[in-house]
Design a protein around this ligand. Structure first.
Ligand code: ATP
Length: 912
């Protein structure tokens, strides 16, 4: 009887919490459930009653706290001290402007961080876990939030248990419960009830929410969801807010801290120099150096880099690559080798069984896709006799349908498979031959099973026939089965196995890119469980089925792009070497692929492997351990490795790779959790798209830095030169701060949104060890700073010489610096080619909006009476005003010439 929430009552009306001490039928009864699952109607009702199967998620810090955190920064303290000093010295305007700068910076940082976090949260929901559930007697995949007590959940290796379950079936089921019990060895599960007092770790007939299925398979009925699960009792909160930090951001933050310290010391020295040697008024000098420090320190940089990363994450998600860990965004751009699975990533994983080979006949199968429209025809027999072909195929097809966990369903327009596509193709094949999978499964109930595992490459079931006899049915990789068989079946009965005959068939099919699966059976006289003894030898070989799995068209283009971008692609597959090599040729991965099998790999030492991995482009019949060795060997060669994976055993290699990539459809929860990125469409082309976006992000971060540092430096150098040489100040403190404020909210943000430069995927990958502040960047900072200073001082002295007065001269300097910043922005948008192209000059909407805003701000600064009073500005005559943009053009031309020269001379070639 099902009551509300926690209080599920048994027939005696007592609450049932000790599900582990009850036999499964009693639990089902108490939950008003059946082994066939709930109806959708009932599930909906229970969802309303019990609420979603979710634990409350940790909330991030309160927005106010996050805003305040923006002020917690050595630089801000320094600025606030400066504001206090300015105020007490009677420079109220400067004090206000300093406060305005501080506030604007904090608000920009706060808003950007909020946006970045929102973007990441939105993306996280795209990879919300799902569970396989039986509803209305059918296997369906549902978001785990929709599970309710009474639902029957199917478990496979790699799944995270989605709710607390009482097991109904368990086949070699092992579950890692370290999360709950701290026990690192996976627990063997069984069906028998245990003592009511058994501790959590001994409740072997239960599977607990949040634990991980490490091997085997099973099914269980949901006994508790959400907060009523064991994990819900222990921790009320799960899931953490992803930290918005990456190695690069840490590098920038550390740089910022060091820079601030140097700036403060330099400011102090400059102040001492100005007051003692140059006889400046000490109050003026103090305000000036504070303003200068504000000008020179790139306080907005971390916020802009964060938003650049977040935009990268969003752009990648739009291309079906979901980033689970932020640092992946940076690393992706440096990827030099992509190791990809074949099935489903390079091929479509849409299987069609096209041919069957039995001992007596070769049968071709017509039709394509999962629709059971088509028929079986015996090859070489002139008269078409479908019935004969069907009869010849029947023994093999029985194994194909019974040793099979998938379901074939008719959707609105076409047929779809719930489960493994290859098994789905076998169901289609069976139906084409007139067999009804559901009938056969009902007639031959399953007694035991060994689920498919990439390690042993077969699946076996023990089924009970209509006459009560037990049969072992096995399907798997041909080598795995041939070695277990002693006989083969033909029309007369059983004869000795003809291995060379089968091998020839296998190689012939594989060489055309087909995937080949073998089938075998054995009658078992006693026992209801599969023992190693019956499985290891003495099976009867029934024949082969060949499948077509067409390559993805997009994969071919993506591989070409990789080649142009200097990225090597390696195929690592569990499939046959001939099949793998044929597919590699078909998708243009390699014309004459060097293939290496897992067995060959085993014979090599790590040292020998390091050289071998560079040569081989296809690794076949590999198991997950091989993947780990391959990643390590490639990394030892200095490569940045992206590696795909889907199974529970792939987790170590996904973790080891620089970018672990899990499949969104095919991948297990274990693989997704170990990976840095999840591919929503399992498509190789999406990996390449993500690498492309990764390169753009890194470029944009470099552009942000290449623009920010010299513009700050130029501003500072102009004033420092004036103080050192004893001139009148070319800008007042308030004016320096004005430049800072205006450019922070306009130009400073633009580069984060830059689209890709043409040719991003025609460069070699950047070196993993390359520092952000590369020699090129350092040169740029120095060179542009000097140019800014030259421009600023030139117009300053020109205006003074013309007798225009200090106010006009200073206004001209401020406008010149801002205009130089604008022109420099246009130059920096293209680090790898000239900016003087139509596309380069037209900019993007973001650039144009920022441009209009800055120009409006500068016009107001120059002509608006209030601002004229506040900042002591005055407009210049037309001729001098016209000089300002000309200086900008001159700067652009000089920097374009520099860009060209550096490229010609091959200087900084590795990074430009
Ligand atoms: P990839 O590694 O590129 O995804 P794959 O799917 O061939 O390729 P595995 O899943 O490791 O790799 O499969 C290895 C082999 O095991 C297959 O080539 C096939 O012969 C066999 N096999 C795959 N799935 C099953 C299954 N469900 N039942 C029995 N045998 C299987």
């Amino acid at each position: 009887m099902l009551q509300d929430g926690q209080n599920i009552l048994n027939q005696q009306g007592r609450p049932v919490a000790d599900w582990h001490s009850q036999p499964a039928p009693a639990v089902l009864e108490a939950l008003a459930a059946t082994p066939g699952g709930l109806s959708s109607e009932e599930a909906r009702r229970r969802l309303e009653q019990h609420g979603p199967n979710a634990l409350p998620v940790t909330q991030g810090p309160h927005p106010l706290r996050r805003l305040l955190a923006q002020f917690h920064n050595a630089l801000i303290y320094f600025l606030l001290a400066g504001a206090a000093a300015a105020w007490s010295l009677g420079h109220q305007i400067d004090a206000f402007v300093i406060l305005a700068v501080v506030l604007i910076n904090a608000v920009v940082g706060f808003v950007q961080e909020g946006k970045a976090e929102k973007a990441l949260n939105a993306i996280r929901s795209m990879i919300a876990p799902r569970a396989s559930v039986t509803r209305d007697g059918q296997r369906v995949s549902l978001p785990v939030e929709r599970l309710v007590p009474g639902d029957v959940v199917l478990l496979e290796a790699g799944d995270r248990v989605p709710a607390d379950l009482r097991l109904l079936r368990a086949h070699a089921l092992r579950i890692d419960e370290a999360l709950l019990t701290g026990e690192s060895v996976a627990s063997n599960k069984q069906l028998a009830p245990v003592s009511p007092n058994a501790p959590l770790g001994d409740r072997r007939c239960l599977a607990f929410s949040g634990s991980l299925v490490s091997a085997g398979s099973g099914a269980g009925v949901v006994v508790a969801t959400g907060q009523r699960t064991e994990i819900g009792h222990i921790s009320k909160l799960v899931g953490s807010v992803q930290e918005l930090t990456t190695p690069l951001l840490r590098q920038v933050n550390a740089f910022g801290r060091r820079f601030t310290a140097v700036a403060i010391v330099a400011a102090a020295l400059l102040f001492a120099f100005a007051v003692t040697i140059r006889d400046y008024d000490w109050a003026d000098a103090l305000i000036a150096v504070v303003a200068l420090a504000v000008g020179v320190v790139p306080e907005g940089l971390p916020a802009v880099i964060t938003i650049t990363l977040a935009i990268g994450v969003q752009r990648m998600a739009a291309r079906h690559a979901v980033i689970r860990r932020l640092p992946a965004v940076e690393t992706l751009g440096a990827t030099s080798v992509i190791c990809s699975d074949k099935t489903g990533t390079l091929t479509r994983n849409e299987m069609t069984a096209c041919r069957m080979m039995t001992a007596g006949a070769e049968i071709s199968v017509s039709g394509s896709g999962y629709a059971p429209d088509g028929k079986l025809t015996t090859v070489g027999v002139s008269a078409e006799d479908d019935a004969e072909a069907n009869a010849l195929a029947a023994p093999l097809l029985r194994v194909a349908l019974l040793c099979n966990d998938s379901q074939l369903k008719r959707a609105a327009v076409h047929w779809v498979v719930e489960g493994d596509p290859m098994e789905g193709a076998l169901l289609t094949l069976g139906r084409k031959a007139g067999l009804e999978p559901d009938h056969l499964r009902a007639e031959w109930p399953r007694l035991d099973e060994i689920p498919f595992d990439a390690q042993h490459r077969f699946m076996a079931v023990l089924s009970q026939g209509p006459g009560g006899e037990a049969w072992l049915f096995v399907k798997g990789a041909p080598e795995a089965l041939l070695q277990r068989c002693s006989h083969q079946a033909d029309q007369e009965g059983e004869v000795a196995l003809d291995r060379p005959h089968w091998k020839e068939h296998i190689v012939r099919a594989a060489a055309s890119g087909q995937r080949v699966l073998a089938f075998a059976a054995r009658r078992v006289s006693q026992g209801r469980q599969i023992t190693p003894a019956v499985l290891e030898e003495g099976l009867t070989f029934l024949g082969l089925v060949a499948f077509i799995d067409p390559p993805r068209d997009e994969a071919m283009t993506a591989i070409r792009r990789c080649r142009a971008a200097g990225i090597a692609v390696k195929m690592i597959t569990g499939d046959h070497p001939e099949t793998a090599a044929a597919i590699a040729r078909q998708i243009g991965l390699d014309e004459a692929p060097v293939t290496m099998t897992g067995a060959e790999l085993d014979t090599l030492s790590d040292g020998a492997l390091a050289t071998a991995v560079s040569r081989a482009s296809v690794f076949a019949r590999t198991s997950p351990e091989h993947k780990l060795r391959i990643v390590r060997a490639l990394q030892a060669q200095g490569h940045v490795v992206a590696m795909t994976g889907d199974g529970v055993n792939d987790a170590p290699s996904l973790k080891q790779a620089d970018i672990g990539i899990a499949m969104g459809h095919k991948g297990t929860e274990a693989a997704k959790e170990a990976s840095q990125m999840v591919l929503m469409d399992d498509d190789f082309a999406s990996i390449v798209a993500a690498v492309h976006e990764g390169r753009v992000v890194y470029d944009n971060i470099r552009k942000v830095i290449a623009w920010t540092l010299p513009t700050n430096g130029g501003e500072a150098l102009t004033v420092i030169a004036a103080i050192l040489l004893g001139f009148t100040m070319p800008m007042t403190a308030a004016q320096i701060l004005w430049i800072n404020m205006v450019t922070t909210i306009t130009l400073g943000l633009i580069l984060a949104f830059e689209p890709a430069e043409p040719g991003v995927m025609r460069r070699k990958p950047r070196s993993r060890h390359g520092s952000l502040l590369s020699p090129f960047l350092l040169w740029r900072v120095a060179f542009v700073s000097v140019l800014f200073m030259a421009g600023g001082l030139a117009i300053f002295f020109h205006a003074l010489n013309r007798g225009l007065g200090e106010d006009v001269a200073r206004t001209l300097v401020v406008n010149t610096i801002v205009v130089l910043e604008i022109f420099y922005l246009f130059n920096v948008r293209y680090l790898h080619m000239t900016s003087i192209t139509l596309r380069g000059m037209l900019g993007t909407p973001a650039v144009l909006i920022a441009l209009v805003l800055v120009v409006l701000a500068q016009l107001a600064f120059t002509y608006l009476p209030v601002l004229q009073q506040l900042f002591a500005t005055a407009p210049a005559p037309l001729l001098e005003s016209a000089l300002v943009p000309l200086l900008g053009v001159a700067l652009l031309l000089i920097l374009e010439a520099e860009k060209m020269l550096l490229r010609r001379l091959g200087l900084f070639a590795a990074e430009v």
